[in-house]
Write a protein that binds this ligand. Structure first.
Ligand SMILES: *Cc1c(COP(=O)(O)O)cnc(C)c1O
Length: 375
């Protein structure tokens, strides 16, 4: 059993993907070719945003957003404590300081109460200017944007949506990657919309920021590539990746539909044995991961061992809270307790998950987990 089966998808759509790649090779316009511009148009349309700027990967996308806002020394950026390293890594790269905020125990997403507490702490106890809140749609589930937007407005913060795991997700009838003042995503192969290498994109409705982002991804270009008006990055999407993504966008809805069904089967089978993902209400998750919580770390170890013995892969996303990563130690500001993050890191476990998972495979995973939990 594969943790995320990328082979099945390719086999199913091989002819069209191969042809799209071949077309790029024949055209030899390998960087920022015509497929990149077309993809940006289609991604903007899909997400309901005015501008999409494709770039090298999801980490660069976050950094480009902070650079477009000229975030730097003396600025505080609020980041969930439970997320992939990138969400916080980009903050010190700009010279700003990350302030880690706790998440909700059931949704794994940033907690509005904890965010408020962290902002108040920074205002009262530091010389930093609160500037940005990064909301991550963890495991594909949209963050609570009504609550987060209200707090951002109240304190004059910019809202950056890290939609690396949530492309295709929905809330309040809107697609993810449209909730931030700037939003970003990743096309890393195992993400909900993945390419065949590294890729990412930035989304915004603001024309001035969009122009700046397009400049920043190409060495801070002015009127052309050899006229440089600001310090930027080399972060472009290659044309082959764009060609693959254009094909995959065509069957994304179908895959998301199938993901919803796989998740529902898992939840039905596991809900009495373990903590399953929180109810989505009228939201749609992009299901980057299906993540459960066990009773304690010992039980998790037992489940992992049982699954391994049964030939079933699993993964712990994430073992370590951001505030415990050595990389942040030098400038750590412990503004709020992050007890929910500690709780989740000690207990979470992500299960094999992809749109092509078979009923029998789902049952085998559930039986394996249940046998280890009941013991
Ligand atoms: C994967 C991921 C990123 C980074 O994307 P890359 O394309 O790998 O650079 C950023 N944030 C989150 C939450 C992610 O899961």
């Amino acid at each position: 059993m594969e943790f995320r089966d990328l082979k099945k998808q390719y086999q199913l759509h091989k002819a069209q993907i191969d042809a799209a790649i071949q077309e790029v090779v024949d055209g030899t316009h390998f960087i920022l070719g015509p497929q990149v511009a077309l993809l940006e148009k289609e991604l903007a349309q899909y997400t309901g945003t005015k501008h999409c700027i494709a770039c090298g990967n999801g980490t660069d996308a976050l950094q480009l957003a902070l650079m477009a806002w000229e975030i730097g020394e003396g600025d505080a950026v609020f980041v969930p404590d439970f997320t992939f390293f990138s969400s916080g890594e980009v903050v010190p790269l700009t010279g700003a300081v990350p302030v880690f905020v706790d998440v909700e125990k059931d949704t794994y997403n940033i907690s509005a109460d904890s965010l408020r507490g962290a902002i108040e702490y920074v205002i009262r106890n530091t010389d930093l200017r609160p500037r940005v809140v990064v909301a991550v749609d963890l495991f594909g589930r949209p963050a609570d944007y009504q609550a987060i937007r209200q707090i951002a407005d109240q304190y004059g913060l910019l809202l950056l949506e890290d939609g690396a795991q949530s492309f295709g997700g929905m809330a309040d009838g809107r697609k993810t990657c449209s909730f931030g003042d700037i939003s970003t995503t990743s096309f890393f192969p195992s993400k909900p919309l993945g390419c065949y290498g590294d890729g990412g994109a930035v989304f915004t409705d603001n024309e001035e920021w969009a122009k700046r982002l397009a400049s920043l991804r190409l060495h801070g270009k002015g009127s052309d590539k050899y006229d440089n008006v600001r310090i930027g990055m080399n972060s472009r999407l290659d044309t082959i990746q764009a060609a693959v993504l254009l094909q995959k966008l065509g069957f994304l809805e179908e895959e998301l539909e199938a993901c919803g069904q796989v998740a529902a089967k898992y939840t039905e089978c596991l809900k009495d044995a373990v903590q399953t993902p929180a109810d989505l209400g009228n939201m749609r998750s992009a299901w980057a991961q299906y993540t459960i919580c066990l009773r304690d770390t010992k039980e998790r170890e037992r489940v992992i061992a049982q699954m391994k013995a049964d030939g079933i892969p699993s993964a712990v996303y994430y073992k370590k809270p951001m505030h415990r990563q050595d990389a942040f130690a030098a400038k750590l500001i412990e503004a709020v307790p992050c007890e929910n993050t500690e709780y989740i890191c000690a207990r979470c476990l992500s299960l094999p998950f992809h749109p092509y998972l078979q009923e029998a495979e789902i049952e085998a995973v559930c039986e394996s987990i249940k046998s280890a939990v009941m013991r």
